[in-house]
Design a protein around this ligand. Structure first.
Ligand code: KG4
Ligand code: ZN
Length: 339
């Protein structure tokens, strides 16, 4: 079964071709221009998707060596995401599926992230706990099968990636902040400032929530207290490194603690991490160490499948279509779609 996947929920325009679950091609066009605005500008994002979507889909088909007439289905992200961005992908997918008289299936972007781990050669057995951690989401999901999974908990406010981006902004670093903080933290002292752990204080032993907005505010108050703006350049450099390391430690502590707690409580021996923050070197290291010490196996897909991509959407589309699940051509985007 040859399937075309399309993803345009945020600032990546992506298309991929999958044949019976095997990835033949994956093309991602990233909108780097948002960095100068310090974040994704929705209107500019949707216009950029419109400009490149035809080219990206053509490239995915050409690089897979598949003609559009050979396609047997189209899978497209229909939420959650930015409405203008989602509209471009969904409208394009509907028109193409209608013209080719093939089924269309709308895919929840988060399901894409959860199952992105199956694009790698080595993937977890069911059941597993999936930590989806990106600029828009931070959640723990218990995955029992391809079509059977349950949200265990999520962030009450900011996503972890969003916290990285906001703290980077407070420190006068660029966007996206995650990779910059990751790098600077390597030169800093993680115990320099004791920031609050981003787990809600009411969180019990069977709760898996996060809360990152208080942590961001704690960084802001700390910088105000030490009069950061008036420090000389040398002092600033060292403070930035130490704050990056201390902030990152607080985030990683919480992500590791809640994920391992979920795995232990549900007696699950496999965990996976997906989403852009899975690139964080400290998170990868600490989660691996903790998982190993608990006899749990950790799976992290290749970085290109951690960030937004259509390969994961095509994969979930393949599972759904194989199980007779599809939408009609009236499919509409749902910006706040839940899992
Ligand atoms: O999944 P993604 O590419 O896009 C969505 O948000 O859907 O994730 C982007 C997020 C950004 O917030 C970025 O700062 C964060 O992932 N990120 C990182 C790292 N690389 C990317 N956060 C921490 N450490 C990193 N190395
Ligand atoms: Zn995403």
């Amino acid at each position: 079964m040859k399937i075309l996947g399309i993803e345009t929920s945020c600032d990546e325009t992506s298309a991929a071709v999958l044949d019976d679950g095997q990835l033949l091609s994956s093309i991602v066009s990233s909108q780097y221009f948002h960095s100068k605005y310090g974040g994704v500008v929705p209107e500019l994002a949707s216009r950029a998707h419109q400009r490149v979507i035809v080219k990206v889909v053509d490239e995915a088909l050409a690089s897979a060596g598949v003609k559009k007439e050979e396609l047997e289905g189209i899978a497209v992200t229909y939420g959650p995401g930015l409405i203008g961005s989602l509209l471009v992908g969904v409208s394009f997918a509907k028109a193409m599926a209608f013209a080719l008289k093939i089924p269309i299936v709308g895919i929840n972007h988060l399901e894409g992230h959860i199952f992105s781990t199956f694009l790698a050669e080595e993937h977890p057995d069911f059941p597993f706990v999936s930590l989806v951690v990106s600029g828009g989401h931070t959640m723990l999901v218990l995955v029992e099968d391809f079509l059977k999974f349950k949200l265990l908990g999520q962030t009450r406010d900011d996503a972890a990636g969003e916290a990285f981006d906001k703290v980077a902004k407070l420190l006068g670093l660029g966007y996206p902040g995650g990779p910059l903080i990751d790098k600077l933290a390597r030169e800093g002292d993680p115990n320099f400032v004791k920031f609050p752990k981003p787990i809600p204080s009411s969180s019990k032993d069977d709760e898996y929530e996060f809360s990152f907005s208080g942590l961001k505010t704690a960084v802001l108050y700390y910088l105000k207290k030490i009069n950061f703006q008036n420090l000389d350049e040398k002092e600033k450099t060292q403070i930035i490194r130490n704050v990056c390391a201390s902030f990152q430690k607080a985030v990683v502590d919480a992500l590791v603690e809640q994920t391992i707690k979920a795995a232990k409580n549900f007696n699950v021996k496999n965990i996976s991490i997906a989403g852009g923050v899975a690139a964080n070197s400290e998170l990868r290291k600490r989660m691996k160490e903790k998982a190993e010490s608990e006899g749990i196996k950790l799976y992290i897909p290749d970085l290109s499948y951690c960030t937004d991509n259509a390969a994961m959407i095509a994969f979930v589309g393949y599972i759904k279509l194989k199980n007779g699940i599809k939408h009609d051509y009236g499919l509409s985007p749902v910006p706040n779609l839940k899992i």
